[in-house]
Structure formats: C-alpha cells, structure tokens
Write a protein that binds this ligand. Structure first.
Ligand code: 3H9
Length: 693
C-alpha cells in the first residue's frame, strides 16, 4: 500500500482499501489517473487482507470527467473502459465516495462501482452534451438502468447536475454521508456491505427500470418533440437520445457498442470541436495578461445605479440577487416608481416558475433604495450610470459623481455606443472609470463587456471582472472603440444585410439564411424586436432610409404590430407587401441592378464581414484574444455554440477561403470596406485564429 503513482494513492483502513485520487484542479481522468486507479484496484483485489475498496478523491471534487485536454489526441492506455471493467468486475465490493461534482467520466466510473455514497452538497451529472458529446464510457447504458429512461433522457440531453438528495431519491446514490465525514462514512458503509454479505450490485445487470420503458417508442418521440426548439441545430442531444434508445432495445453489450459508435462520430465532428473550444474560451476569457490574479480588488458592499429604466432596473436585479444593497436614482418620482414596479414584477414572474418564493421577492426588494437625489450615492463602492445615450448628459452625470462619490469607488457607465475615454475627461479620477456594458434584458443576458478605458486602473478592472463572475455573468474585457466588440461586429453584418436589400434580397430572405445557420433570428427580425424607432427623431425624419419610412408609417416593430414584417395578435411574423414595396422603391432609386441573391451569398457576406471586423478588432487590440470575440457573440447575440463563435467558425471555413470570397465580392461589400491585414496575413501563412498567441 502507498503511492501508486503521483496522483493515485492506496491506503489500508483495516480490511478496507482506500483508493484516493489527487489530481487538481478537478481530478480529471488523465492517463495517470486512469493508470493509477487501474493499478490500485488490481492491487487491492489481489491483496488477501482487503475485503472491500473505497474510491475517493482529494481536493474540492470527485472526478469531474475525462480530461478534455486529451481529446483529439491519440489515446494513451489504459482506456477508461478498461478501468471501469476492472472495477465492475471486481469480486470485492467497490464503493464510490462522492463529494463536489461527479461528472461525465467521473460519474461513469462511480456507476461501475457497486455502491455510491455521497455528501449532501455533492452533485452528479453527465454534462457531455455541453461538449457536443455523449457519455462514452457506459453512462448512457447504466444511467437509465438506475434512474429510469425519462430522467436519464433529461440528464444526458441537458447536462444538468442533480444534487445528492435527488440522486438518492432517484436511486443513483445509495446513502448520504454527513458533510465533512465522507471518508469515514464510506469506509463504514463498505464494512457494512461486507458484514451483511450484500451482493455485488452491478448496474449493467439491472433491468427493471428499462423494462418499464420497453415497447414504448412514444417516450422518445414525445421527448424529441417537446425539446425540438431547444435542440435545433445540435447533433449531440439526438445522439444521446439514440444511445438511450439502444439501452432500452438492446442487450447491455450491444447498447454499449451503439454508444461507442455514436460517441466516436461526435468526437470526430466539428460541433464537438466547437463546443470544446467554447468550454475553454469561457474559462480563458477571465484571464487578463497584465492584470494578474493577485491584483488587489475593491470590496463592493453597495451599488448605486443611475436610471431606473429597463437597463438600470435589470442591472440592479443582478446585485440584489447576490444580496448587495442598491441605491437607484431617477430624476422623477413616477419614473422611479415605474422602474421599481417593473423590477418587482420581474421577480414575481420567477415565483410562478417556482424559482423564487414571495419571501425571496420581498427580501430582494428590501435591498432597493429609490431616490431622486444623486447625493445619496456618496457612500457607494460602485456606481453604474444607465442614463440616456448622450455624451453631454453622461459627462454632466460623471462630473457630478466625481464631486459626490467617495474616493476609491468605481464609476462605471453602461454606454453601448459612446467613447468612454471622453466620458472619463469629466472626472478628476479617470482611473476609476470603466465601462460595464450589460445586454438587454440585463437580468437575463449572460454577457457583460467590461470596457477598459485609457486610464482605468488594474484594480478597477480586476474588481469588475470578479464582480461580473459573482453575479453569474460571463465577462469579456474589451477596449474602447465604436460599438466595442459585440455591436461593432453586429454593425458590420447590418451593413451587408442593408446593402443586399438594395440588390434584390428581402428582409425575410436574409433572416432565413441567418436563422438556418443557427442564430435565434436574423437582423431584421431583431430590429423589429428591439424597435425600429430607437434613435429615430420624428421631427428630423426625412424618408431618407427604409427604416425612416417604416417609422413614419408607424411600422416601428413588434410593439406596433408591424415593422419589416407584419405581426398577428400572437406576434407571429409574416413577410409584408408594404415593406417589400418600400424596399423596391428605394432599390429602384438607387439604380443598383436587381438580382436573385442566394442563401449562400447572404451568409458569406454577412458572416465573412463579421469575421473581417473581428480580425480588425484583434489588430487594434480591442479584444485580448480571438476566443473572447467568440464568447461575446455566443453569449450576447445567440451565435450557435455548435459553431464555436465567429472566429472559430472562420477557422473551420479556412481563412484563405474567407479572404478569397471577400475579394470576389469586392465592391459589393461597400466602398469603405477593406480586408483586415491580419486576416490576409494569417490566410497567407496558412494559419488559423486559434494559432494566434
Ligand atoms: C467526458 O467525461 C467523456 C466521457 O463520457 C467519455 C470518455 C471516454 N478536463 O470550470 P472551472 C479545468 S467529457 C480538463 O473554472 P469550477 C478548467 O479548464 C467531460 N480540464 O472550475 C479550468 O482550468 P484553468 C465531462 C478541466 O470550480 C479548471 O479545471 N465533464 C476539466 O468553476 C477549473 O475549472 C465535464 O464536462 C476536464 N474535464 O467548476 C465537466 N474540467 O484553471 C467540465 C475542468 O486552467 N467541468 N477543467 O482555466 C466543469 O463543469 C467544471 O470545471 C467543474 C468545476 C464543475 C468541475
């Protein structure tokens, strides 16, 4: 007994062998872990003094899955299945002792143990679907045998983590151990199994829960139908369903073979590569090269918000959710009342779904102080301004804040369009000024662009990133430029979409191409949703753009029942003959030749223009790394995860192909359109965005 290898240890507790894994950060099943467990199990089985084996992990979690960094590389033996077979085939009982998260391959290993003990805070899940995969080490075959088909379908297609109590109820876990006493409890449990001569419970041999679903194809069809919208475009959910169908319809070994085949297909495909890229991108995005982890941060115990409109109220909710008190300032009492009323309504809506109780709502609302006086923000640690997008107003607000708010506080703006360097000139402490660009609705959307201005201090950046994480957002640090990262790239797409309207495409043609690519909606449907009259001033409207004419005809989007589209009572969109005529009139006046524009051209022009803008953003160092741009577009604009974000997508197309096409479209792209030198260089060198260091 003793160290098996640097990451696995075998110890004796009387006649129980304790096999422990210590491979930070998450005890992933790297080659050494697999080899260590296999050797440890074999040694314990061969040791006559051992009556049972406990598998446990050091650190913050049980095994959290296969080692994702090994994916795409040749497998170094032993395989996970070999390890599992040794455990499941052991003639001595093996007990998994679970804390933290038993995920993916980690749960699959636990499912090969004969019993499972967990602390109440533990969670179990098969989240492979989020990596574009399915559990490839028996999970799709064993899980439904324990928890039944319905729950298994739900778990593998959502990747949801189930807490220990629910796992116990479902039969996934056999016993709960007191928090902090897992090792002793698991050993005692193992001893009990031995003393009571309990059978070796092999999940693979259980059938009653599967039998209940046999000859009921409607379970699967119903599940597919109910989730069609959620699964649109993704391969992995359907493959997961098929693997569970195989569990029900075939023998264990044949089901396992189906699982393996489906797993290999997914692993070799682009979707999983994209989703794995996103997994790492969403972790890399937090890292700021010149702002190290040890950068001092400012404790944020109270937040001030200026503006109780949709944005201000939504932003405030994020802080109330984590128990931080908010002072919210408006200029008029009725606007303040209205704003707070909307916040309450939003919270009350969550009580209907059971996410909050009325007591939770009251507790959150008690954290709000509404006021008409800016002076009340004096003691706030962070103030976020969410007023009208107008430079003069913003500078005035910041000048006043500078005089009012205590030294050391962060002064943030939620602007989506204005130059934050210019806003910072209104204060005597520009190092305190930063952009916190939330996306609407700010209580729902995950993305925050943290905008670093010229003088922003590292401590203000570190605090903002940390705070974004605390409120459950994903933050990308970006630099100052018109539109920052997200909207600047959106604008590049809009220019192409609008240009194509003048060449013969209709809004619905363009929207369809973008929707079919996997985004939730195209640019024109999105404009209708947001409202066409954002920034439109009736007195200044001169029928000079399609948008102006639509607004003048009171076609201001979904809210008026008409915009680019016509809407029925249920807000279903229909192509509009009125819009079509307006566009045709404009096109005729522009003198541009009309033609049929293919879906492929629509996609290439929209997406490649976005990619090109992304490359410029990298050239200008507005984004730290290409994958940050992917994170922004996935979390802020609904870019399909299975396509990895615009920059990853560009890599899959091939950068030389992107450049070639942009060159072919040439003048159609607009007179000011230029191809990014960085994009050209990477293409010429045969490189990808992912190769940039
Ligand atoms: C699988 O199991 C396939 C099998 O079915 C079949 C095989 C044949 N591998 O998230 P965090 C890194 S697929 C390698 O910030 P947290 C992560 O990159 C796998 N590395 O911590 C990060 O590194 P860095 C199924 C991994 O406390 C660091 O650990 N399992 C892995 O917020 C900390 O991560 C999953 O999909 C991994 N599997 O959350 C689980 N996991 O510090 C994926 C993490 O350099 N993992 N890292 O940026 C998670 O969901 C979370 O990491 C977890 C901890 C909940 C465990």
């Amino acid at each position: 007994m003793g160290a098996i290898n640097p990451v696995v240890d075998l110890a004796a507790d009387g006649d129980i062998a304790v096999l422990s894994v210590n491979h930070p950060p998450v005890n992933a099943l790297s080659q050494q872990v697999r080899a260590g467990i296999l050797a440890g199990v074999r040694q314990a089985i061969g040791d006559p003094a051992v009556r049972a084996i406990v598998l446990i992990c050091d650190g913050k979690t049980f095994i959290a899955g296969a080692d994702i960094t090994e994916f795409g590389k040749p497998l170094q033996p032993p395989s996970l299945v070999e390890v599992e077979d040794a455990i499941e085939g052991s003639g001595k009982p093996v007990v998994a002792a679970i804390h933290g998260t038993a995920l993916g391959g980690g749960l699959e290993v636990a499912l090969c143990c004969h019993y499972r003990v967990a602390v109440p805070s533990a969670k179990c899940g098969l989240p492979e679907v989020n990596l574009g995969l399915l559990p490839g080490a028996g999970g799709t075959q064993r899980l439904p045998r324990l928890v039944g088909v319905e729950q298994a379908l739900d778990m593998v297609t959502s990747g949801k983590h189930v807490d220990a109590k629910a796992a116990l109820a479902a039969g996934l876990v056999d016993e709960l151990a007191p928090e902090g006493a897992l090792r002793a409890s698991a050993i005692a449990f193992a001893r009990k199994v031995v003393a009571e001569h309990r059978p070796l419970r092999r999940v693979r041999d259980q059938d009653d829960k599967l039998a209940a679903a046999r000859d009921k194809p409607e379970i699967f069809e119903g599940f597919r139908k109910a989730n069609a919208k959620k699964f649109r475009g993704f391969l992995a959910p359907e493959y997961n369903i098929q693997a569970i169908e195989a569990a029900v319809g075939k023998s264990f070994d044949d089901g396992l073979a189906v699982e393996r085949k489906l797993f290999s297909e997914l692993m070799a495909g682009t979707q999983s590569a994209a989703q794995r890229h996103v997994f790492f991108a969403e972790r890399a995005v937090w890292k700021v090269p010149d702002v190290p982890d040890e950068t001092p941060t400012i404790p944020i115990k109270s937040v001030g918000i200026i503006g109780a409109g949709t944005m201000g109220g939504g932003i405030a909710m994020n802080f109330a959710n984590i128990g931080v008190p908010i002072t919210i300032v408006e200029t008029k009492q009725d606007a303040l009342d209205r704003g707070l009323g909307v916040v309450r309504k939003n919270y009350e809506r969550s009580t209907k779904s059971g996410r909050l109780t009325m007591a939770d709502v009251d507790r959150r609302m008690q954290l709000f102080t509404g006021t008409l006086e800016l002076d009340k923000l004096a003691d706030c640690d962070l103030v976020i301004e969410a007023v009208f997008e107008n430079m003069d107003i913003k500078k005035d607000v910041f000048g006043r804040l500078d005089r009012i708010v205590k030294p050391g506080a962060i002064l943030a703006t939620n602007t989506s369009a204005l130059d934050i360097n210019q806003i910072a000139t209104a204060v005597t402490r520009p190092e305190a000024v930063i952009g916190l660009h939330f996306f609407s609705p700010a209580n729902v959307m995950r993305l925050v662009e943290v905008v670093r201005a010229r003088s922003t201090s590292k401590s203000v950046i570190a605090t903002s990133m940390q705070l974004a994480k605390k409120i459950g957002k994903i933050a990308a640090l970006v630099g100052v430029c018109p539109g920052f990262v997200g909207n600047r790239i959106l604008y590049a797409r809009s220019q192409q979409a609008n240009a194509m309207l003048m060449e013969g495409a209709m809004p619905w043609d363009i929207d369809k191409a973008i929707y079919d690519f996997g985004l939730p909606m195209g640019p024109f449907a999105m404009s209708d949703l947001a409202g066409l009259d954002i920034g439109w001033i009736p007195e200044k409207s001169k029928s000079s753009t399609i948008r102006e004419v639509l607004c003048e005809q009171n076609r201001r989007g979904q809210k008026t029942g008409a915009g680019f589209y016509d809407y029925d009572e249920q807000r279903n969109a229909k192509p509009s003959p009125v819009t079509e005529q307006i566009i045709k009139d404009f096109a005729a006046r522009s003198g541009r030749p009309q033609r049929q524009i293919s879906g492929q051209e629509i996609l290439e022009r929209c997406l490649y223009a976005q990619i090109n803008e992304g490359a410029k953003i990298l050239e200008e160092k507005i984004a730290i790394r290409p994958s940050d741009i992917d994170v922004v577009w996935i979390n802020g604009y609904g870019w399909p995860v299975y396509r990895g974000g615009p920059m990853f997508y560009a890599d899959t197309v091939g950068l030389s192909q992107v450049v070639k096409k942009l060159e072919e479209y040439g003048p159609l792209l607009g007179k000011d359109f230029t191809i990014s030198p960085l994009l050209r260089q990477l293409a010429a060198d045969g490189k990808r965005f992912q190769d940039m260091k």
